[in-house]
Design a protein around this ligand. Structure first.
Ligand SMILES: *Cc1c(COP(=O)(O)O)cnc(C)c1O
Length: 379
């Protein structure tokens, strides 16, 4: 990626930098590969208004997990009928807000939630469209904190309980079950779990052919990105991803297929930019201490995630490769961006980039330690 270093040097760090041209190329690649499939961008990956507006302009819908995200989608100009709303703990006021905007679909995760939506919809005289989120018990082979489709976690309704829930849902007067929803995890690079998901859905469709008239199938998101080599793989292989579903999923006549991509759309266009405060010599280690920390980019501390680290100030290839632990200033031992990272000789004041930070970066930022994240820079 070509960074506007002069601009960075004049700016107060840390801040997020977004390459909107790369975002547009990524969006174009999604559109080209998705054909008639419907894409709902997962707002929790990045809710920056400039990015949401770009998403809206390109005709994508939104996948929301809170009332705040439903509002952000509306504010960005996303059509209400293209908004879907997931989450295991939707509150009454969030449900009421979504009903007021007449969103496209609630992705429901439990029977008590279906009953709550039915009751609130009844009070205002609406019929709520719902898809039942099924936990397909598929191992997505990712970090245990980001796998969501296994039987023992909190998401969705298990295959065993599905008949009972479908039955109960059909007795509720103010909701209409229009589809089934799935989401098996995140940062999935191996396509086999998606294939397994298709087979599971085919089986379920056969099983419920008589009970349910499903207008839509929603297979969620989860497509991963290359954190190790963002310049080589700046755009995920959407062709191959969508073709898995095209080849394996048996849609019924008239059914629409929906996707909720988050990370794969926004991760590579975002970079966290920071400055080296000190280079500290330990006994056996050298530490590069930067002015960004887990409060700006939580993924390394939360999941042990890796973001490629670059020293943008040291641009000559001839500078010696040194080994550093790159750490933030926060008072937590987990505030580490990388151990034994090879960088050119690094000095106080150098600009350090943490790549592939467009997804689950800015949205997970906090002001822990009463720190301040500067406004993003776009190009
Ligand atoms: C987080 C989430 C997504 C997006 O996941 P990505 O891995 O970012 O593509 C999609 N659907 C649901 C229900 C989610 O919770």
């Amino acid at each position: 990626m070509n960074f506007p270093l002069d601009k960075f040097k004049k700016a107060e760090t840390p801040f997020y930098y977004y390459d909107l041209a790369l975002l547009q190329r990524t969006i174009d690649a999604v559109k080209e590969a998705a054909h008639d499939y419907r894409v709902h961008y997962a707002i929790k990956a990045n809710a920056n208004p400039t990015i949401l507006e770009r998403i809206a302009l390109n005709g994508f819908g939104a996948d929301c997990v809170s009332g705040g995200e439903v509002q952000a989608a509306i504010d960005a100009g996303i059509a209400p009928e293209k908004i879907v709303f997931a989450g295991v703990g939707k509150t009454d006021s969030e449900i009421a807000l979504a009903l007021k905007y007449k969103i496209g679909c609630f992705n429901c995760e439990s029977l008590p939630e279906l009953e709550a939506i039915d009751e609130i919809a009844g009070k205002i005289g609406h019929t709520a469209h719902v898809a039942i989120r099924v936990n397909p018990n598929i191992d997505a082979h990712t970090h245990h904190y980001i796998t969501t489709g296994l039987a023992e976690n909190k998401f969705g309704i298990s295959m065993e309980q599905l008949p009972q829930v479908v039955d109960a849902a059909q007795r509720l007067k103010n909701i209409e079950v229009v589809g089934l929803h799935f989401h098996i995890g995140s940062q999935i690079l191996d396509f086999e779990p998606f294939e397994a998901l298709c087979n599971r859905i085919n089986d379920l469709q056969d099983l419920y052919a008589n009970e349910l008239s499903l207008q839509m199938i929603n297979v969620g998101g989860g497509l991963g990105i290359n954190y190790n080599d963002p310049d080589y793989d700046s755009i995920p292989d959407f062709e191959q991803y969508f073709s898995i579903f095209r080849r394996n999923l048996k849609l019924r006549t008239g059914q629409s297929l929906h996707f909720e991509l988050g990370r794969s759309i926004v991760a590579q266009c975002g970079t966290l930019i920071s400055r080296v405060i000190y280079v500290k010599e330990g006994i056996r280690k050298k530490f590069v201490i930067v002015d960004a920390g887990m409060s700006e980019l939580l993924r390394p501390a939360l999941y042990g995630a890796y973001h490629q680290i670059e020293n943008l100030s040291a641009n000559s290839d001839s500078t010696p490769e040194m080994t550093y632990d790159v750490v933030g200033p926060i008072c937590e031992s987990s505030d580490v961006f990388g151990n034994e990272i090879k960088l050119p000789l690094t000095q106080r004041g150098d600009i350090i980039a943490f790549r592939s930070a467009g997804a689950y970066g800015e949205t997970m930022a906090s002001n822990y330690n009463l720190r301040k994240l500067n406004p993003p820079i776009f190009s």
